[in-house]
Design a protein around this ligand. Structure first.
Ligand SMILES: Cc1cc2nc3c(=O)[nH]c(=O)nc-3n(C[C@H](O)[C@H](O)[C@H](O)COP(=O)(O)OP(=O)(O)OC[C@H]3O[C@@H](n4cnc5c(N)ncnc54)[C@H](O)[C@@H]3O)c2cc1C
Length: 268
């Protein structure tokens, strides 16, 4: 149910109370059954002045069903009026539930919220949703951002794996955190810019630092793979928190940290 700038998702055995005069809209996805009771305003003075979602305990449920069955209930139906009074007492005491979703004010964000409301099972990823809202995407996906993590809409920032800076989407947590810091600074009036990121990271679950450099995928013909095992620290199969493993492949002729690396003959 939508009323004003708020949307209520109302599962079974729940209800929404709407005071008189509140313009509202009810939408259902699929088959459903609902009951609506209208009370004279004079009877509802003790009820909330604003819309709210309510739990419907068994007694209230039965009262609702009975009143709907008897409708119309008026002064000529004294037992019915007594039931209505008890129902109002029960509504006044019913537990309110946090089922409301405030809707955005921005018309583009509202359009997006409506899209998701109409198709909650939508598989659209964040970039697709961003495009629907009018944001520019990078050439290879991701929401295009400037070095300040600002999207094509100056009021919207994007960070982490959904952001594309200079045509690149960073697929690690560290760049996402760095972007979050940039946005925090920007929101506080600063002018921070994303410092860039390399491909080193910490394996989240193992807490092990990893990095790749050189011809990291050993695609060059004749590339060698060098594995450094820290036996003293106890590495013996799976990296542990205190171990260091250096695995690198490099193209023949690569002059990278040669003094620390074994020679080709040692490797052979
Ligand atoms: C198996 C695996 C292992 C990884 N290991 C490492 C690692 O060891 N180290 C490392 O640095 N990085 C690792 N990564 C990458 C890292 O997890 C991501 O780079 C990082 O989580 C990105 O953070 P994010 O907040 O941008 O996106 P996410 O963590 O993906 O968060 C995006 C959130 O948005 C939600 N979402 C998506 N679409 C919608 C939608 N339409 N509506 C509402 N919500 C939506 C998602 O459910 C998700 O909760 C790994 C990734 C995977 C898949």
């Amino acid at each position: 149910m939508r009323a004003g700038g708020t949307l209520w998702i109302v599962p079974p055995a729940r209800a929404v109370w709407a005071p008189a005069g509140i313009e509202h809209e009810i939408r259902a996805l699929g088959d459903f059954a609902m009951r609506t009771l209208y009370f004279p305003v004079a009877m509802t003075t003790g009820l909330p002045g604003e819309c709210c979602a309510l739990e419907v305990p068994p007694l209230l449920r039965e009262l609702v069903l009975e009143l709907v069955e008897r409708c119309p209930v008026d002064d000529a139906d004294e037992p019915g009026m007594r039931l209505a009074e008890v129902a109002i007492d029960r509504i006044a005491e019913a537990r309110t539930l946090p089922l409301q979703l405030p809707l955005p004010h921005d018309p583009r964000a509202l359009r997006l919220a409506d899209m998701l409301r109409n198709d909650p099972s939508s598989q659209a990823d964040l970039a697709e949703l961003a495009r629907s809202a009018g944001l520019q995407l990078g050439a290879r996906g991701g929401i295009a951002v400037d070095p300040g993590c600002r999207t094509s809409d100056p009021d919207i920032y994007a960070i982490g794996e959904c952001a594309c800076l200079d045509g690149r989407v960073h697929g690690l947590v560290a760049p996402g955190y760095a972007m979050a810091e940039v946005v925090a600074d920007r929101l506080l009036g600063g002018s921070a810019t994303f410092p860039g990121a390399d491909t080193s990271t910490k394996l989240k679950l193992l807490g092990v630092d990893v990095a790749s450099f050189g011809d990291a995928h050993a695609r060059t013909e004749g590339a060698l793979e060098v594995v450094f095992k820290d036996a003293v620290a106890g590495w013996g199969g799976a990296p542990s928190k205190n171990s260091r493993r250096l695995a690198m492949s490099f193209a023949t002729g690569t002059r990278m940290a040669e003094s620390r690396l074994p020679s080709r003959s040692q490797l052979a």
